[in-house]
Every structure is written in structure tokens, then in C-alpha cells.
Design a protein around this ligand. Structure first.
Ligand code: SF4
Length: 312
């Protein structure tokens, strides 16, 4: 379950999925300490079965909440067994004591977005000078202080602005931070500012297919896992299907009428509704004959997020 902890952010990313004005100080009241804690209490009431399910802390930038560590402390007190993950720009982790304090609450995974292979390219997308250097310091601290069972995941959003640099980003990460758990390549969502700026950031599946294929084939290995988020299966060659994960929420994705004839529909995430509205549906064509055999994830929980273990 996503818990939006804070509406404000210390970056101004050109493809932020939050709408314009979301991060204004005047909109922060729903994210006060008391209101976030009350939302955490509500989870128990509306989802009493939530005991073993993960929480993902999001924002804005969750770590920039003035009482972030108090919130995590209370989250842990209320939900001692649940996995806790966080989606972050990584900048607050440049402070060693903050990093140590957060890690002590035993988060399972920290997901940090990197947008460029150097400061100029990254900061052009975050629109905050110095953000790259601070994020890199954050990554170093997380790796220095985390426990072996805690994961650091790097996320790269595929944008018109950085597509030609993504290979360099992965190369840089694999050299500088070989201990990261994985790199996730994310197809952008055209929501919020990403929708407004789609002429600068937007890509379509057809144009990036070959690029994605080259990146996965080049970088996925025993040493570095590569995952793909937000990709319908027909947007990729079958050899890449085992790298796809279904992470978008119900309601954010849909199936087309013609998907009903697709023999691989049960393994597909569908199509993001905003993409259909902004770009259209002509790229998505049902696969009407079986071309490969699928080895499914057997566990129901795993199947939901990662239905294809392998292809034969
Ligand atoms: S046609 Fe529909 S169900 Fe089949 S792979 Fe494409 S989006 Fe998925």
C-alpha cells in the first residue's frame, strides 16, 4: 500500500507525476504528522488483513517531511512485521546520521531515482543544481550503513531527455555502486507534470523497444539484475517478458477490447490509462497465437507482481 507521506519535494523533476501546485506549502495540511498517523491507523480498520503486506512511503519527497523519522517510528510500532519500502530522490541520505536512524527502523527496500550519468544531465531533469552530488552521497551512505538484508534499488525513468544516456547511467551505477540490488527501467507515466511536459519528456513504446532490448541484454547478469516496470507484453519481444513486473495500481491500467483475444493476457499488466489518453492505442496488438511457453511464478503473491518466471 502506498502511503503519501509529504506533498513537498526538494527536487523539481520535469516528469514528476504529481500535478502542478501539489507540492505547494499551502497544501501540506493533509500530510501533517497527525494526519499521516491517522491514515496509518485507518489502514488497520479498512484492511485488517494488511498485517503481512508491504507499505511504500511516497510523496513528494517523503524524507523531507519535517517529522519523517517520527512517522517511521510510529509506523514500525503499529506494524512491526510489515515490509517497509520508500521511493526517494536519495538526497536526505547524504546526511549519515539520518541514514543510520532511518535504517534502524528496518526498511526492507530504498528505491532511489537516478536521471543522468553525471551532474549536468541529472540536474537538468531535477532542475536543482547540486541534486546529483547529494543523491550520490546518499547512495554511498545507504550502502555503507545498511544491513545485508536491506535492498538499495536504483530506478531510471526512460525519458526523451535521457534515453541516449541510460546505458551510461547503468554503467556508472554498476561501477560506482556494484552492491545495489538492481536497476529498474521504468516507462514514464503521463500524469501530473509529466503530462504537461510530455513534449519534452514523452516517449512511446515503439520508439524505445530496440533501446530497451539492448539495455537489458547488455546489463542483466548474475551481478546486476534489471527489471522493467510499466510495459505491456506486446510492447516488448518475448525474450524480455520475464523482466517485466506489474506494479501499477488497479484503476491506473486497463485492457482494450481487443486484448480479450490475446493469448498472453493473464500475464500482462494492460496499458496505462493516461498513455491511452495521451498517445492512443494503436501500438497494442493482441498476440493471437502462442509463440513461446511460459513458466509461471507458482506462488499467488509473486504471480500478481511478476507472473512470468521464464520463457521457453
Ligand atoms: S494485446 Fe493487450 S493483453 Fe495482449 S500483450 Fe498487448 S496490452 Fe497485453
Amino acid at each position: 500500500m502506498d502511503i503519501c507521506v509529504w506533498n513537498r519535494c526538494n527536487n523539481r523533476c520535469v516528469m514528476c507525476t504529481n500535478p502542478e501546485g501539489f507540492g505547494d506549502a499551502t497544501n501540506s495540511e493533509p500530510y501533517s504528522y497527525e494526519n499521516v498517523i491517522s491514515r496509518l491507523d485507518n489502514v488497520k480498520q479498512i484492511r485488517p488483513d494488511w498485517e503481512n503486506e508491504p507499505f511504500c512511503l511516497t510523496g513528494g519527497e517523503p524524507t523531507s517531511h519535517p517529522r519523517f523519522l517520527d512517522i517511521v517510528k510510529e509506523l514500525r510500532r503499529k506494524y512491526p512485521k510489515n515490509e517497509v519500502m520508500i521511493a526517494s530522490n536519495g538526497r536526505m541520505f547524504a546526511y549519515p546520521q539520518f541514514t543510520k536512524d532511518f535504517l534502524a527502523y528496518d526498511p526492507f527496500r530504498i528505491e532511489v531515482a537516478v536521471h543522468g550519468s553525471d551532474a549536468r544531465k541529472h540536474d537538468m531533469i531535477t532542475r536543482v543544481p547540486g541534486s546529483f552530488d547529494q543523491t550520490m552521497m546518499g547512495l554511498r551512505n545507504i550502502l555503507k550503513y545498511k544491513q545485508p538484508w536491506q535492498e538499495l534499488e536504483i530506478r531510471v525513468i526512460l525519458l526523451k531527455l535521457n534515453l541516449s544516456d541510460v546505458g551510461n547511467i547503468i554503467e556508472f551505477i554498476s561501477k560506482e555502486f556494484p552492491e545495489v540490488a538492481r536497476v529498474v527501467l521504468i516507462f514514464p507515466e503521463f500524469e501530473g507534470m509529466a503530462g504537461v511536459n510530455k513534449h519534452i519528456v514523452g516517449v512511446n513504446y515503439r520508439d524505445i523497444k530496440e533501446n530497451v532490448e539492448n539495455l537489458v541484454n547488455r546489463w542483466n547478469s548474475d551481478k546486476l539484475e534489471v527489471r522493467l516496470y510499466h510495459f505491456p507484453l506486446c510492447a516488448l519481444p518475448p525474450e524480455l517478458w520475464k523482466y517485466t513486473w506489474r506494479t501499477l495500481r488497479e484503476g491506473e491500467v486497463t485492457f482494450l477490447e481487443r486484448c480479450e483475444t490475446c493469448v498472453y493476457k493473464k500475464y500482462c499488466m494492460g496499458v496505462h490509462v493516461e498513455y491511452l489518453a495521451e498517445v492512443g492505442d494503436e501500438e497494442f496488438l493482441p498476440i493471437e497465437k502462442k509463440t513461446v511457453d511460459i513458466e509461471e511464478e507458482l506462488d499467488e503473491k509473486h504471480f500478481k507482481y511478476h507472473p512470468i518466471k521464464d520463457i521457453k
